[in-house]
Design a protein around this ligand. Structure first.
Ligand code: MG
Length: 158
């Protein structure tokens, strides 16, 4: 069996009055992510983990932020396209694990909705999709609520 691991990391700045979309779920909050797309830092980190596993570069290479095609785009569409690249090479996703670092709001009530949304896009069972959240104890840019970051790891098999 051919096994490949991938890691992704993404950060977006937070600004008052923008939509906050994380893990494919819109979350009511006073701030949202500044981005060319919908700014879904969780799905972007997962895309980069999948691309990393296949050594295909990163999300910016596939979907340039200079392209009007991707302006305000639902990141679920980007993730689906990356899954197509994975499947085209004969790989399947074994599991996805990600950690969101954000001070506020509390993400726990949204975690299962994110897992379901990611499972729906990737075609995985929800028990193969893990989403975790942590604060950074008020330290760093996440702690100051200037931004949100996400790490993701994936395992692919063929
Ligand atoms: Mg991004």
């Amino acid at each position: 069996m051919d096994i490949r691991i991938g890691h992704g990391y993404d950060v977006h700045a937070l600004t008052e009055g923008l939509r906050l979309v994380l893990g494919g779920v819109e979350i009511a909050h006073t701030k949202g992510c500044v981005a060319h797309s919908d700014g879904d830092v969780v799905l972007h980190a997962i895309c980069d983990a999948l691309l990393g596993a296949l050594a295909l570069g990163d999300i910016g290479k596939l979907f340039p932020d200079t392209s009007d095609e991707f302006k305000g785009i639902d990141s679920k569409i980007l993730l689906r396209r990356v899954c197509n690249e994975v499947e085209a090479r004969g790989y399947s996703i074994s599991n996805i694990d990600c950690t969101i670092a954000m001070q506020r709001p509390k993400l726990r009530p949204h975690i299962d909705n994110m897992r379901s949304a990611i499972a729906a896009v990737t075609g995985l069972d929800t028990d193969r999709v893990s989403v975790k959240a942590t604060t950074t104890e008020r330290m760093g840019f996440e702690g100051r609520e200037e931004g949100v970051s996400t790490h993701a790891v994936v395992l692919l098999t063929k």
